[in-house]
Ligand binder design. Sequence first.
Ligand code: FMN
Length: 217
Amino acid sequence: MKKSFLALVLTMSATVLFSQDIGLSKPPAKLGLDVLDAVRARVAARAFVKRDVPVADLSTIVWAGNGLKATTDAVSAASKAGGTYPVSGDVNYVNLFVMTAKGVYRYLPEINLLKQVSTKDARGSVTSENIATSAFMVLFTYDSTRLPVFVKGNPAAGREMAMGTASYGAENIGLVAAGLKLASIVMYNLNPAAVVEAAKLPKEEMPLFIMQLGYTQ
Ligand SMILES: Cc1cc2nc3c(=O)[nH]c(=O)nc-3n(C[C@H](O)[C@H](O)[C@H](O)COP(=O)(O)O)c2cc1C
């Protein structure tokens, strides 16, 4: 009994000591470019200049990709969603992860945290098109248990809905990244089994697609 208590305490302290969660900042009020300028500035690239992204900019990008707004609109005010893009139903079924050289992180928008789920650099395993010089990778997944009831029992329809929804997040990311001088590329080319392992996905959570982001100069 005593031994197992000690083991539990040691495990908990190890988690506290070695877990490298990333606390995120709030997005700025403005990026200083017009929405039409952002649409024009969004650019895809497969070649990057290696440079780390500041946590403040990473915070703004993931917020655009799956964050929560302080205010809800007239429709979603009736629900709990209130996200930076529209979802079907009352809850968001899309999840976002960040993958870097330092590990894999689940974005927890309610507490504005990137929760480390692995210390491995898994980017090379999840796609054969990993760009080593990217600043970071974003992974979109969906939780099949949170999909609206009218697609339950129809996995293909559920996946189609989740893909469509996550694409709004991807576009938000592309636009905001452009405002922060990062290029981005969407990639559907991934290895689902490797994603499940890398992000430690529970069985009800499925991979969708990735984005790679980085600086071109
Ligand atoms: C849905 C979708 C899936 C894509 N999948 C891949 C991919 O697996 N590998 C890849 O190199 N590029 C992929 N791309 C990138 C495109 O091939 C293309 O280079 C990019 O979207 C061009 O963007 P631009 O028109 O803004 O220049 C994908 C793009 C989209 C929209």
